[in-house]
Design a protein. Structure first.
Length: 176
């Protein structure tokens, strides 16, 4: 088993994972086989490249699984550094005063890199942010909800992190 290169900035994406997974990830990245991994597992990318399509895709999932949740106001691809470093996406919940009534607004931001990505990878992020409608924290019921929306959520979340590494290496072949 090869040692994990903890000096690799890429490994920051996998901080929460157990050592055996980190070792596998480290081997995959350092062997230069990440691009083959994606080509084999996900030969083509999703079609939700416009913000209109992204909103419709997200809202359809929301209607399917979180019918009684509040209205989703917007979903946007955004180029923001913290999206990549921390959460890969954000779910902002604001209360705006409209006259005397407080109106809730839900906005989801998706890291710009996911505009051209495998569908399962985009879905993992969308599912994650939608789950924040119900659960603010990353607790057990949060992840149960994620797995309810995407049965192999944990696998796809790991692939989402691997995909961010692919992008940083300049190897995103889903991009035109
Ligand atoms: Zn989260």
């Amino acid at each position: 088993m090869s040692a994990i290169d903890n000096t690799s900035p890429y490994m920051n994406y996998f901080n929460g994972y157990p050592e055996p997974i980190r070792a596998q990830v480290n081997t995959l990245i350092s062997s230069g086989k990440l691009i083959q991994y994606f080509k084999k597992k996900y030969p083509s990318g999703h079609q939700y490249n416009s913000e209109k399509a992204l909103y419709e895709y997200t809202n359809t999932l929301k209607q399917q699984f979180l019918k009684n949740a509040a209205k989703l106001n917007s979903v946007k691809y955004e180029k923001r550094k913290e999206l990549v470093l921390n959460a890969l996406g954000t779910h902002t919940f604001k209360r705006h005063a409209h006259g005397k009534k407080l109106k809730a607004q839900h906005h989801i931001a998706v890291a710009n890199q996911l505009k051209y990505a495998p569908l399962e990878v985009l879905k993992a992020l969308v599912v994650h942010e939608l789950a924040h409608f119900k659960e603010k924290d990353h607790n057990k019921s949060f992840y149960n909800l994620c797995c309810h929306m995407q049965a192999n959520y944990f696998e796809c979340e790991l692939d989402l992190r691997l995909f961010m590494v692919l992008c940083e290496k300049g190897e995103n072949f889903y991009s035109p």
